[in-house]
Ligand binder design. Sequence first.
Ligand SMILES: [Zn+2]
Length: 238
Amino acid sequence: MTKRTLEVFRENAYLRTCEAEVIEVNDRGGVVLDKTVFYATGGGQPGDIGSIDLENASVSIGATIRSGGDIVHVPFEGQPPPTLGSEVTATIDWNHRHLLMRMHTATHLLCSIVPCGVTGGSVGSAKSRIDFDLGGHVLDKQHLHDEINRLVEEDYKVETVWISREEFDARPELARTMTVKPPADAQSIRLVKIGDDVDLQSCGGTHVLRTGEIGRLRVGKIENKGARNRRVNIHLGE
Ligand SMILES: [Zn+2]
């Protein structure tokens, strides 16, 4: 699938706004731009909300989804979309996104502490979770709490690294989440690296630049999801 939209958040998750042109308005009012700062729902991370502004009007965007190769900005009901060819300014709700960036990065830290298969996960601004297939491993809530906060305090660098499809296929451990795989047709794969050896895995989401930016975390409920499976919930703040 050809991507018609330049995804500027991939290289710089801190961009809140960009100028763009409307290249499609679908029959349900969804807007496709030639360039966007909006992350589309996927990989366990919710899509952005925000606005698409024209000279004399502002369209509130209530959801961002992926459809085929496109990122579709979906206006709230009753909001007329901009017309094809319009020059617009796309702006995300930064407070919402930054919470998700902190939370998303925190889920990588949690992954790095538990040496088990990841069967699912979800990032939310109030709560995030990772599901683990524990095998014979036993989880200790206090240990998780201490370790995840240690990794935050030690303020590791978070960076994006790209590798070839061949290298990725030769290193299956880089696909940490069993249920989320990079697109099958992708020739280069995006990895997110934390510190020198804290965490390294393929991921297409948005992250903060240093683990210290996440702030203190609280490990919430550990839910029993079957004989081998446990769901670990984390929250921002104490
Ligand atoms: Zn990630």
